[in-house]
Design a protein around this ligand. Structure first.
Ligand SMILES: [Zn+2]
Length: 139
């Protein structure tokens, strides 16, 4: 479901094997992140091995809940985003710890505040079966 008309760039799935499970999980309506099998650390950005102990990571589903850690309103977008500005680019700190870059959708840009509780939504990329982009909306 798309909450607004924020553009949907097509992820380069298959180009980068380290991120494919992220896009495929989103396509199934699940937010997944790699977690270390040994120490339990979530490894973001995705890597096949934990940077702390070099143990393998495995993709696991997380809650999809978090809060806005940082945000910026883009007033002059380029390319796909040229006609969409203003829109919000943000870091969301997930309840599980990692901070991921995303858009905040479904509310006016000036309503976004640091610490605001958010939940994930998945915007399907129509031209690519099974792929979606995780974004966040006020919880
Ligand atoms: Zn580890």
């Amino acid at each position: 479901m798309t909450l607004d008309d924020t553009p949907l760039p097509t992820p380069e799935v298959g180009f980068d094997v380290d991120t494919e499970p992220y896009w495929r999980g989103a396509g199934e309506g699940r937010l997944v992140l790699p977690r270390c099998d040994e120490c339990g650390t979530y490894v973001w950005i995705p890597r096949p091995y934990c940077p702390l102990d070099l143990s393998p990571t495995r993709w696991v589903e997380v809650s999809g809940r978090g809060s806005v850690y940082s945000h910026s309103t883009v007033h002059r977008g380029e390319r796909l985003y040229a006609k969409r500005a203003p829109f919000v680019l943000a870091y969301v700190e997930l309840d599980e710890g990692p901070r991921i870059m995303t858009n905040i959708v479904g509310c006016p840009p000036d309503a976004v505040t640091i610490g605001m509780p958010v939940r994930v939504v998945f915007d399907a990329v129509e031209e690519t079966m099974g792929i979606a982009i995780p974004r966040f909306t006020p919880a």
